[in-house]
Write a protein that binds this ligand. Structure first.
Ligand code: ZN
Length: 198
């Protein structure tokens, strides 16, 4: 089933979400929710979806960056972002540790539909969480996968990329794909006067 993705302005996106016990994770209700969130994410399509985005204030997110989605992207752009396929998995009750200098790329969100902005994110992330079976796991991620994890875990804390973006780079996806996507990030920042005093 395709779930409705709520948009910026809905207060559920601004609340800290509630943790789930391993027993709750294994329940039919949550297993069903995971399945529906997987279908909703694939249908969108997106590379991550957090429970608050479907109106549920729970510390649960699904992530998948399949090779199919990356076929249309130039190999050099994938390499620059450190973007490699990530299999489907579930993150519950995560804690996050960041490492490495921030890197800046355009990022979007299914709950801020039609827009994008440059967002600085740490290059590496370590996440301690429970998986879809309710078992504890540690995830070490780098590059685009680390960005996805930071974005989804932000959702579980009521934070959107809007809170972290270079606001001068905020634009429609239409503008991004027509005019900016192929330029080096340093040139984008210079032309949009990102980082200069207003
Ligand atoms: Zn999002």
């Amino acid at each position: 089933m395709r779930l409705k993705i709520v948009q910026a302005g809905d207060s559920v996106l601004r609340q800290g979400a509630l943790p789930l016990s391993p027993e709750q994770i294994r329940s039919d209700e949550i297993q069903q929710l995971i399945e529906w969130m997987r279908e909703t994410m694939r249908d969108a399509p997106g590379v991550g979806l957090a429970a608050p985005q479907v109106g549920l204030s729970l510390q649960l997110a699904v992530i998948e960056d399949p090779g199919d989605l990356q076929k249309a992207i130039a190999p050099e752009r994938l390499a620059e972002r450190g973007r490699r396929p990530v299999p489907f998995h579930v993150v519950v009750n995560p804690s996050l540790a960041l490492d490495g200098e921030p890197v800046e790329f355009f990022e979007g969100c299914l709950s801020v539909a039609g827009f994008s902005a440059l967002v600085p994110r740490a290059l590496r992330a370590r996440v301690e969480c429970l998986n879809e079976a309710g078992d504890p796991v540690t995830i070490y991620a780098e590059g685009w996968y680390a960005r996805i994890l930071q974005h989804e875990i932000d959702h579980l804390r009521g934070t959107l990329y809007l809170d972290r973006m270079h606001s001068r780079s905020f634009m429609t996806v239409d503008h991004l794909t027509r005019h900016w996507n192929d330029l080096p990030i340093a040139e984008v920042k210079q032309r949009l006067a990102v980082g200069l005093p207003t």
